[in-house]
Design a protein around this ligand. Structure first.
Ligand SMILES: NC(=O)c1ccc[n+]([C@@H]2O[C@H](COP(=O)([O-])OP(=O)(O)OC[C@H]3O[C@@H](n4cnc5c(N)ncnc54)[C@H](O)[C@@H]3O)[C@@H](O)[C@H]2O)c1
Ligand SMILES: [Fe+2]
Length: 384
């Protein structure tokens, strides 16, 4: 069987690496950018840390900031219009998964106008042309969307998240500057960091996992266990932020190429139907779904426990596997993630609608243990 691995053409890492941006734009022979970001990042001054670099270099740009967390088809369509009007030849995405995913949608539709309805991009759409060049600067340490071939957009009509998988959408260049993450509040640092841990764990146990993806995911698990509490407790400590910035990128390098699983499949409907932040939804579900997956993952869970720093000497394989679930739950509680759907105002009568979307989600078939809709209902009930 052939294995495929797709990554950015070039990526930069380290505090202050956003200053490479003018040289990148020059090398790619680009002349004007549409900056895709959101209102929160404009307000808090993080987007300005990047546009200052453009200003200093005299590089022209316009800003499109009509992007909401858990972005929509409308966000993409308006962005396509803004891109056309601006006369730009590239996109600079500054933000979390929402800004980067919207930029991917804009870039794909602009160069493949036959998909301008956006909804036909769901799944693996047969686009012919590469996206408009995207330079992506993440401001959360979570999604790794700067290196993935996926983007997630809400179809408002169906109130469902569409996962779009398309190698043509990958940002040409990723600039992963941990200084852009210092302003991320505690709750979002915790949630986005737990999203990254979910990527690493699901990417490690997914059906498509293999030696190369395992190498990335285990390193990411180790770095997240070591750095997430520090990033949450001390937002401007460069060690925690740099560790998380790298770890989420490393996790995404692999999961983008091998897929995810049921945690993402069940988290997506929580985002589309209840606007729950993506990382919170994943974190809340992760330990319970690990328990469900345990029979298929005993050995790998033991490795996860060890990688997270648990001393598994003398444990049986089952005890070591349970120790992984316990370590994940303890980390989630430590960083302040809510543990029940009822904490998020989701009620028992909402579960069938959530389950109907979860069973149809693109991520669900990647789960190591096959699952039925009835089992998904039971899993949501467990975390109620
Ligand atoms: N493309 C992929 O591979 C992929 C993977 C996982 C998730 N996703 C998608 O990404 C989206 C979630 O992205 P996210 O979790 O990164 O959050 P986000 O982009 O939705 O941002 C959440 C909030 O955080 C704020 N914020 C972001 N960075 C900040 C900073 N440095 N300082 C202050 N505030 C900041 C934003 O303004 C926003 O209000 C979801 O739609 C999810 O489905 C995509
Ligand atoms: Fe995710």
């Amino acid at each position: 069987m052939a294995q495929r691995f797709i990554l950015n053409e070039v990526s930069y890492f380290g505090a202050g690496c956003r200053k490479e941006l003018p040289a990148v734009l020059k090398r790619l022979n680009l002349h004007k950018a549409l900056v895709a970001t959101d209102k929160g990042l404009l307000k808090v001054g993080t987007a300005k840390m990047v546009t200052d670099v453009l200003d200093e270099a005299g590089f022209p740009y316009e800003i499109y900031s009509e992007i909401k967390p858990n972005p929509t088809v409308t966000n993409v369509k308006q962005g396509v219009e803004a891109f056309k009007k601006s006369g730009a030849d590239c996109l600079i995405a500054i933000g979390g998964g929402s800004s980067m995913d919207t930029a991917k949608g804009i870039g794909i539709v602009s160069n493949n106008p036959e998909f301008s309805d956006v909804v036909s991009l769901e799944g693996c759409a047969p686009t012919k042309n590469k996206s408009v060049p995207i330079i992506a600067l993440p401001t959360t340490a979570g999604t790794g969307a700067e290196v993935t071939i996926n983007y997630v957009i809400i179809d408002e009509e169906r109130q469902a998240k569409m996962v779009c998988v398309d190698p043509n959408d990958i940002p040409a260049v990723a600039i992963v500057d941990p200084e852009l993450m210092y302003t991320l509040p505690k709750g979002l640092t915790a949630a986005t960091g737990m999203d990254a841990l979910t990527h690493a764990i699901e990417g490690y146990i997914t059906k498509g996992a293999w030696v190369m993806s395992d190498m990335y995911e285990l390193q990411a698990i180790k770095m997240i266990a070591e750095n997430l509490p520090l990033a949450v407790e001390e937002p401007t400590n460069p060690v925690g932020r740099e560790g998380m910035a790298l770890a989420q990128y490393i996790a995404a390098q692999a999961f983008s190429n091998v897929g995810l699983g049921l945690v993402h499949g069940m988290a997506h409907p929580m985002g589309s139907l209840f606007d729950i932040p993506h990382g919170v939804a994943n974190a809340l579900l992760l330990p319970t779904i690990m328990e469900f997956n345990m029979p298929k993952c005993i050995e790998k869970f033991g490795v996860i426990a060890k990688t997270m720093g648990v001393d598994i000497t003398g444990m049986t394989a089952e005890q070591a596997a349970q120790a992984a679930v316990d370590a994940v739950r303890a980390l989630s509680i430590k960083v302040g993630i809510p543990q029940h759907l009822s904490d998020l105002n989701i009620k028992e009568e909402n579960i069938p609608a959530l389950a109907a979307q979860a069973i149809a989600d693109v991520c669900t078939p990647g789960n190591p243990r096959d699952v039925t809709e009835a089992e998904i209902i039971e899993l949501y009930k467990k975390v109620l």
